[in-house]
Ligand binder design. Structure first.
Ligand code: ADP
Ligand code: MG
Length: 323
């Protein structure tokens, strides 16, 4: 954006340095930073496009919060400590009140996770927000997608399906009572599991964040690790809000829970020897971890119920258990 770009950046995005590794932040051609000794740099970027990654009437506060959260979730899934952000912002026009709300929420969210905005770019065009997040990873404590082995057990954090239910509530124009508001919040203000990722990375060799649904994301682990898994659908953790939205547990739309996106919980794969350690960490940080399945030798993802009956997952329809 030609005129006013510098004013705009100074007004909305310039703030005092909060991290000691940053020698030069916003304002020059590049930021200058250093990586602590013995650490490696973990880098990720995600773009949110208006109408594609968020409904067009999403508030600027929620967009800013989500743009940071989805990136920190990727760092969490590697076991990395978040440090810096860059922000590439494409705006249809300079709307000061939108920018005020966006930048305020961006600053607060960055503060919450102790990350510093160190640069970016500002251009004119259809609304799109790209955040790049950088963090520090241990060289020996990196959780990779190819780290799963037959015999390992599969855990997920928090509850699944809430964000997909939130999206459905908005798309169907359903009433936003307290229960539904909580589900919509799970869509718009996801909480990246940064603490969990950092703490478990000493005991866990394999993780992914659940951004496209457990079935797809666990599928990435199985492909990279060249193995299969059995997941017990009756063990999938559900929030009481999702159960209430669905009327009762028997009416839950499993398609939505397993293939709906935007949960930003972590899926962790650990050797059975480390399960106790995992449970200890979960109680330290007061975040439930639920064992949902096991890694196996074959290369399929089998979803079964408590009786062992198979469930066929099909994004396009409402499948039932095959007895
Ligand atoms: P250049 O033309 O050298 O790329 P810019 O005018 O794009 O410089 O940016 C000037 C400074 O402001 C740079 O330090 C850049 O990183 C920073 N910056 C630009 N846009 C943003 C933004 N949306 N958020 C944070 N920093 C930004
Ligand atoms: Mg630039």
């Amino acid at each position: 954006m030609a005129t006013g770009e510098f004013n705009l950046i100074n007004k909305f995005f310039l703030s005092p340095s909060t991290r000691k590794e940053v020698s030069l932040g916003i304002g020059d051609d590049c930021a200058i930073v250093s990586v602590p000794e013995g650490k490696q740099l973990a880098i990720t970027a995600d773009t949110l496009v208006d109408g594609v990654h968020f409904p067009s009437n999403t508030s600027p506060q929620d967009i800013a919060c989500k743009a940071i959260a989805v990136n920190l979730s990727d760092l969490a899934a590697m076991g990395a400590e978040p440090a810096w952000l860059t922000l590439a912002l494409t705006l249809p026009r300079v709307d000061e009140s939108w920018l005020e709300s966006f930048s305020d929420s961006f600053r607060k969210t960055a503060e919450k996770y102790n990350v510093q905005l160190i640069g970016g770019d500002t251009t004119q065009g259809p609304l799109s927000i790209t955040v790049q997040a950088m963090g520090f990873a241990g060289p020996d404590n990196i959780m990779r997608r190819d780290g799963a082995r037959p015999g390992d057990v599969i855990y997920v954090s928090g509850t699944l399906g809430d964000a997909a239910a939130g999206l459905r509530i908005l798309q169907r124009g359903q009433a936003i009572d307290a229960n539904n508001a909580w589900l919509v919040d799970r869509l718009n203000r996801p909480e990246p599991r940064v603490d969990l990722g950092l703490k478990v990375s000493a005991y866990c060799k394999c993780a992914i964040d659940i951004s496209d649904g457990l079935a797809a994301d666990l599928g990435h682990i199985l492909e990279a690790s060249d193995c299969g898994a059995t997941v017990n659908i009756d063990r999938i953790p559900l929030s009481h809000q999702l159960v209430e939205y669905s009327v009762n547990r028997n009416e839950v739309d499993w398609e939505m829970v397993l293939s709906g996106g935007d949960d930003y919980e972590l899926c962790l794969v650990v050797a059975p020897d480390n399960e106790n350690k995992l449970m200890q960490i979960a109680s330290e940080i007061s975040l439930p971890l639920t064992r949902v399945g096991t890694i196996e030798e074959h290369t399929a993802l089998n979803i079964v119920d408590e009786t062992g009956a198979k469930y066929l997952l099909d994004r396009s329809g409402y499948e039932h258990f095959i007895k």
